[in-house]
Design a binder for this molecule. Structure first.
Ligand code: HEC
Ligand code: HEC
Ligand code: HEC
Ligand code: HEC
Length: 346
């Protein structure tokens, strides 16, 4: 008799404990809600002001180095192996070297890219990668204003004082057949890149490299043979990958779906906020960056920097945004470094 009473007491505590555990992942109220679009409930953004404060505090841009004169001899006249920054004055060149050291390798210093005080040598892969990154940064700021506006990016936008940015992606191996957990089909494994959901964990290759269509809402009753050939068939699998990508958008920017969409109709552009158009340009930009800059760096990296399938590290929305809808809360570090804004006049 006594025993079964104790048993019941134990079970009651266990149930309470489990409820507590279940709620531990919930966020404490109050939340803030904001009407972003047309009147109605379709574009209300709900945020936790306490979490937002912490994210913003972690996304502060560092103070720029003091400006220097653009007068005097050019870097190309003084140095031996300058292929990209030749038009800068020696003062500007040196200031930029100091800045990229601060942005990319503050602990390692200049030797991260220049060994043994031999500045002209291209022996280190890090210098070769950095040269390509210089070209990429100028390319982003000059060709992709449709996304980065005049705010632009510098090395710090992605690197944040670390040689390897906190957010990048590699191609993932094909899922294994069978096993104790059954056929997982490259999903059903909570992955941070897609908001810890069980959605496909690699939406990046198909959308940020292979240019697959992101549109999934069918506009016809039945797909035709031509649709199938063009791979524009709206399938369940395609929908799951699309939602994985959308979770990545929301997570990378620290927003809800309604930051871009009107939830009355996710496909409609006329009901969406202008931010959705900015995001669309962001998708095109990432495809360009991954195809023209990140992926081709594969032969330059040591094997230890390559992914499980031997591909080079690549960028997604989180690489720049890092939890905020404008990287570094919209601060423009580019203004203090106009040499990274446009290709120098030839
Ligand atoms: C993240 C990599 C990186 C770091 C860190 C770095 N540099 Fe450089 N450095 C480069 C690249 C890339 C070039 C070539 C630029 C070009 O081709 O236009 C270069 C070129 C140079 C050159 C020209 C050498 C020549 O004769 O061709 C000098 C001098 C130089 N850096 C000095 C420095 C100093 C001093 C520091 C530390 C304050 C530093 N660099 C830190 C990447 C780096
Ligand atoms: C759009 C984001 C982005 C920008 C902007 C960017 N980088 Fe990178 N960078 C990356 C990614 C992603 C990697 C791959 C990291 C790895 O090696 O795994 C990388 C790698 C590097 C590496 C090699 C690190 C290593 O140890 O393997 C160097 C050096 C570097 N970047 C320098 C620069 C410099 C200098 C700039 C500015 C002129 C710059 N990057 C701008 C994203 C960026
Ligand atoms: C940062 C902006 C942004 C956020 C946040 C966002 N989306 Fe999207 N979404 C887009 C863009 C841009 C497209 C269209 C891409 C294209 O057409 O190439 C799109 C497309 C879609 C589509 C396909 C519509 C069609 O034409 O078939 C659906 C469905 C969708 N999003 C749902 C969501 C959901 C659900 C969320 C939240 C988990 C979300 N989105 C978050 C920007 C966003
Ligand atoms: C190379 C860095 C970089 C990458 C990669 C990037 N963004 Fe951005 N994004 C920016 C910058 C910089 C701004 C700020 C532009 C401005 O000041 O108006 C921005 C602005 C935005 C905005 C507008 C925010 C607002 O409220 O006006 C949206 C939406 C956005 N990005 C979505 C995305 C999505 C989705 C992706 C991935 C497909 C992405 N971005 C990838 C750099 C980047």
């Amino acid at each position: 008799m006594k025993n079964s009473f104790m048993d019941r007491l134990g079970i009651r505590w266990m149930i309470l404990g489990l409820i507590g555990l279940g709620l531990a992942a919930c966020e404490r109220p109050p939340m803030e809600s904001q009407q972003l679009g047309y009147r109605g409930t379709g574009t209300v953004e709900i945020n936790n002001p306490r979490l937002q404060q912490a994210v913003l505090a972690a996304n502060k841009a560092p103070e720029p180095l003091p400006a220097v004169s653009s007068e005097g001899p050019k870097a190309s006249e003084v140095y031996k192996n300058v292929q990209v920054l030749g038009d800068l004055s020696v003062g500007e060149f040196t200031r930029l070297m100091a800045a990229i050291t601060q942005w990319v390798s503050p602990e390692q210093g200049c030797v991260y890219c220049h060994a043994n005080n031999n500045f002209e040598s291209d022996d280190l892969y890090t210098k070769l990668v950095a040269r390509r990154m210089l070209q990429m940064t100028v390319h982003i700021n000059s060709t992709w204003k449709s996304h980065v506006a005049d705010t632009g990016v510098t090395c710090y936008t992605c690197h944040r004082g670390q040689p390897v940015p906190a957010y990048l992606w590699y191609e993932q191996p094909a899922p294994k057949q069978g096993g104790a957990m059954g056929w997982r089909n490259a999903q059903n494994t909570p992955a941070t890149g897609v908001g810890l959901t069980s959605l496909p964990y690699d939406p990046f290759k198909m959308y940020f490299l292979d240019k697959e269509s992101i549109r999934i809402q069918s506009t016809k009753a039945l797909p035709s043979g031509e649709d199938r050939a063009l791979r524009t068939v709206e399938s369940l699998q395609h929908t799951e990958s699309n939602y994985a990508l959308m979770m990545h958008f929301a997570g990378s920017l620290g927003v809800n779906c309604t930051y871009c969409h009107n939830s009355q109709n996710f496909a409609s552009w006329s009901g969406s906020r202008p931010q959705r158009v900015t995001a669309w340009h962001g998708i095109q930009m990432l495809r360009d960056l991954n195809l023209s800059y990140f992926d081709p760096l594969k032969p330059t990296y040591p094997a230890s920097d390559l992914g499980p399938l031997g591909d080079a590290p690549k960028a997604n929305c989180a690489t720049c945004h890092q939890g905020v809808y404008k990287p570094l809360a919209g601060a423009s570090m580019l203004k203090a470094h106009p040499e990274l804004a446009a290709a120098p006049a030839k």
